[in-house]
Design a protein around this ligand. Sequence first.
Ligand code: UDP
Ligand code: MG
Length: 328
Amino acid sequence: MQSQEGRQERETIDFSVVIPAYNEQEVLHESYRRLKTVMDGVEGTYELLFVDDGSRDATRAILRELAARDPHVRFIGFSRNFGHQAAITAGVDASAGRAVVVIDADLQDPPELIPKMIEKWREGYEVVYGKRLKRAGETWFKKVTASLFYRFLRSMANQDIPTDAGDFRLLDRRIVRILLENVNERCRYMRGLVAWMGFRQTYVEYDRDARFAGQTHYPLKKMVRLAMDAITAFTMPLKIATWMGFCLSALSFLYLLVNIGLKLFTDITQPGWTSLIAVSLFFNGVILIMLGLMGEYIARIIEEVKGRPLYLVAETGNLKDRSFRDNG
Ligand code: UDP
Ligand code: MG
């Protein structure tokens, strides 16, 4: 692995806090205030690295103003909305800290937990993730689907992906360097990627608060997309098709034998086409699902092959010495 420091002159900082923000004008001042209070209390230098994921509200303007006032504040502004995972990636790419903390802008993850994470990091862990015990202020639908998803993913995945852990986590520089230099996936599921890397990982537990203000930017569509990215990247549901095919063929072969037997040795004839229609509808459904699954994979293969940039940076603040993976 090539040393990152060799290629460009970055200031050395102890801690980078990466904060993805999309239309967060109502919370930004408050998150800045709380993050600053926490980080001022931690021994070491730090930067608050906001990533504006193409917001349509005053988020960008607020960041400019904060960056002008406080040199700890740096920001990256995307040319459009590239999504949460891309925003995290950009922030981590540009970070300079010996440890990098990723935290949501909406204060659902308490900044006050960061010193605990840093403590664990000082004990020698490369990854410290936050494990959610309770989730306040979220709909039962979100809680149920999230819980089902984490458990499904965990049972299917080829490696250990922690349940109920979001993107709130601390990464050692070593992990960051690998992410930047060796991981080029486009359809990203950061939590899975980090789990896949191994090293020494641990967690701290916390209760997830309700959003400070504003509302979720993860509508059902984005949630499903993230889930599909995770599932296709870390599990092989296509294998279900093979397994199901075998079972169904065996079953239908038995059924055929029984019917031949009935025809030869008794005078019972099998009545009705309802069963036929039901069976045919069922199998057509199964085939369509499997086709759709293949489609999901193919779409992602195309995405990877095209190799377009993960994000485009339109503007930066207080980040003159940094470079990004795509455009400077
Ligand atoms: N976010 C982002 N880009 C997006 C959607 C969300 O950068 O396209 C940010 C958002 O500003 C927040 C974090 O990602 O800091 C988590 O989003 P949100 O709170 O809406 O999701 P939830 O907590 O409801 O899952
Ligand atoms: Mg949130």
